[in-house]
Write a protein that binds this ligand. Structure first.
Ligand code: SF4
Length: 304
């Protein structure tokens, strides 16, 4: 059964949620379970720490620059202006997350100067596929959410939402990773459909375009969803959530090895690699509707 959607332009606080809501799911965590149930457990139940990687840091930096770029008057959104934002945004991120400085200690693959240059190179890829002077995004880094099946809050952060004069919606997601695209495209599309479902359920409009911008390759991948597909997708999300509930009750999260294991932080604890998971927590953490919505649904260990 599908409930009437909760209309949430701004995501609700827990106290605003219908009393029937008892769980939440972000695209990241849903995609984790879909990719590998044990990965979901490590991240969402054991909540094991993951060391930041250069790729993740670069992705976060480029997303921050692109968000701030649209704060500038349209005529000023030039490649040079984006380049000027790189170092200040990196300084801000390091202040907020001091552990990022550790990325460049010792014999790492890059110096911090090389890292900043590599972020600037991705921004060149962005300008190769879009001219931000001709765009006025309706929303950036926007938290959106909806309730489905009466009990499940689905929520996540959009990179960007464009709204055409006729009301058509375009969801845009920036991809900055260097990993083989085919390994992760299904995961990226899953994320975009997740956002499309929330928008459809909250605004009554199916987004006309779901757009992936691959900055490293300077390529655009557009996808056009329809109602029928989103209805099926909604059933998939609810089924995933029920499977997560069953796995949690049975304490049974099995590894599902794939190419994505190469990006997993937790191979040492994974039975598929000779490891042993930690004891299952006696009291699994209570699902927190505010947690994880912000994390980016990228491959294990290579969030972009
Ligand atoms: S190494 Fe692979 S199979 Fe094991 S937890 Fe990570 S993603 Fe899953």
């Amino acid at each position: 059964m599908t409930a009437d959607p909760v209309i949430t332009e701004q995501a609700p606080t827990p106290t605003q949620l219908p009393a029937t809501v008892r769980a939440s799911l972000s695209p990241s965590r849903a995609a984790d379970f879909k990719t590998c149930p044990l990965l979901y457990r490590f991240r969402s139940i054991d909540r094991l720490p993951e060391r930041p990687t250069v790729e993740q840091a670069r992705g976060t930096l480029v997303h921050a620059v692109l968000e701030r770029l649209f704060d500038l008057p349209s005529g000023g959104r030039t490649p040079a202006a984006a380049g000027d934002l790189v170092a200040p945004q990196w300084d801000r991120l390091v202040t907020e997350q001091p552990e990022l400085t550790g990325l460049f200690e010792g014999d790492g693959p890059l110096t911090s100067a090389e890292f900043l240059r590599s972020a600037a190179a991705l921004l060149e890829g962005y300008f190769a596929v879009e001219d931000p002077r001709r765009l006025e995004p309706a929303e950036r880094e926007s938290l959106i959410s909806a309730v489905v099946d009466d009990e499940l809050l689905i929520r996540g952060y959009l990179d960007r939402l464009d709204v055409a004069p006729d009301g058509a919606l375009r969801v845009v997601d920036y991809k900055t990773g260097g990993a083989p695209r085919e390994a992760f495209e299904a995961r990226a599309l899953f994320q975009l459909k997740f956002y499309a479902l929330v928008l459809w359920r909250t605004r009554g409009v199916v987004p006309r375009v779901l757009r992936l911008l691959y900055l490293r390759d300077a390529e655009v991948c557009d996808y056009t969803p329809d109602e029928e597909e989103l209805t099926r997708f909604e059933r998939t999300v609810v089924a995933l959530w029920r499977a997560i509930e069953q796995a949690t009750a049975a304490r049974d999260f099995r590894p599902r090895p794939s190419r994505l294991c190469d990006w997993c932080n937790h191979q040492a604890l994974c039975p598929s690699y000779g490891g042993t998971p930690p004891p299952f927590p006696e009291q699994p953490p209570t699902p927190d509707p505010l947690r994880d919505a912000r994390s980016r649904p990228a491959p294990p260990g290579a969030d972009e």
